[in-house]
Design a protein around this ligand. Structure first.
Ligand SMILES: Nc1ncnc2c1ncn2[C@@H]1O[C@H](COP(=O)(O)OP(=O)(O)OP(=O)(O)O)[C@@H](O)[C@H]1O
Length: 298
């Protein structure tokens, strides 16, 4: 695995606000990373630092194993951290051609990138006629013009309708499938769950979790149980079982989180032998949402 970006003990203070607090993680080539955190958790500040538009207070970051200066490395990066300013009276193609001129890169990729974001058919339409989703897709095309090794997006679906959100996520997945590394910031759990292979969860600038999304979701899970009678006895039996952790009640359903792996058959047998006949038993994995809430509420 090649490390594209490495953050080590990165710190940013805005006066008394500790926006990024001792943050360390690595970005490996070919993965899709989500920086996930509630509003104000330091996502945009982190992206700003690695893109050299925000000065860090302390700590280090290095691009491509430190082989390139940040200035050189950023030529291999495509990033959208603010909505880019396109000219409303110019077409999609004309806007991208202007960006190529400013960035001193070839215009030969314009049609290919417009096709990547499903705007090729609308290439000769004026920017002012575009929906918000189309504007965002054009921004992604503009960030892809230099065939970047990593694409960085800050809240890529903010403000879009469900159809627009779906389209952008699909496009991000298509771009990732071509091998481009992606780093996106989002406060949306389902976005990260749907689009990313890896996640860094932050709250108040502090890293709470970094790892694979599927590993985060694959903890031991929970049981949902119901009985028609003897609920107190059921609760007591669950409390004494070593595989059962926290027990809570949601209306008539008892939720028992698991400390270790145990099958439905095993728990059913244990309860039956102790005189409990369940009317409902389902084993569930906790959703990423529940895990995220557990992490960020602690
Ligand atoms: N230029 C600034 N001056 C002072 N404080 C700032 C500045 N930029 C950000 N902050 C503060 O730093 C903290 C982190 O903000 P940041 O925008 O990085 O978070 P975020 O996770 O991207 O949130 P959002 O999704 O709401 O933008 C917040 O408390 C914010 O108010």
């Amino acid at each position: 695995m090649e490390t594209i970006l490495s953050l080590k003990n990165l710190d940013k203070k805005y006066g008394k606000v500790h926006a990024v607090n001792n943050l360390s993680f690595d970005i490996e080539r070919g993965n899709v990373y989500g920086i996930l955190g509630p509003n104000g958790s330091g996502k945009s500040t982190t992206l700003g630092i690695i893109l050299n538009v925000v000065n860090r207070t302390s700590g280090e970051f290095s691009w491509f194993n430190g082989k390139l200066s940040t200035h050189q490395a950023l030529k291999k990066v495509g990033a959208i951290i603010e909505r880019p300013n396109f000219y409303p009276y110019m077409t999609a193609t004309q806007n991208l051609a202007l960006i190529c001129k400013i960035k001193e890169i070839s215009t030969e990729k314009i049609n290919e990138k417009l096709a990547t974001v499903n705007l090729f058919e609308r290439r000769d339409s004026k920017f002012s006629t575009f929906s918000l989703g189309m504007k965002q897709r054009l921004a992604i095309a503009s960030a892809l013009l230099n065939d970047p090794e990593i694409l960085i997006l800050d809240e890529p679906t903010n403000g879009l309708d469900p159809q627009g959100i779906h389209e952008i996520r699909q496009i991000i997945q298509n771009i990732a499938a071509t091998g481009t590394t992606i780093l996106l910031a989002s406060h949306l759990l389902d976005e990260v769950e749907k689009v990313c292979s890896h996640v860094v969860v932050i709250r108040k600038g502090v890293k709470l979790y970094a790892g694979r999304v599927d590993e985060m979701t694959a903890s031991n899970g929970l049981f949902e149980l119901k009985v028609e009678t003897n609920e107190d006895k059921l609760m007591a039996l669950l409390e004494e079982h070593p595989a059962i952790g926290k027990i809570s009640k949601d209306h008539q359903t008892i939720i028992a989180t698991l400390n270790s792996t145990i099958s439905s058959t095993e728990i059913n047998e244990f309860l039956f032998k102790n005189g409990i006949i369940l009317s409902h038993l389902v084993k569930r994995k906790p959703s990423l949402e529940q895990q995220f809430l557990d992490l960020t509420n602690n």
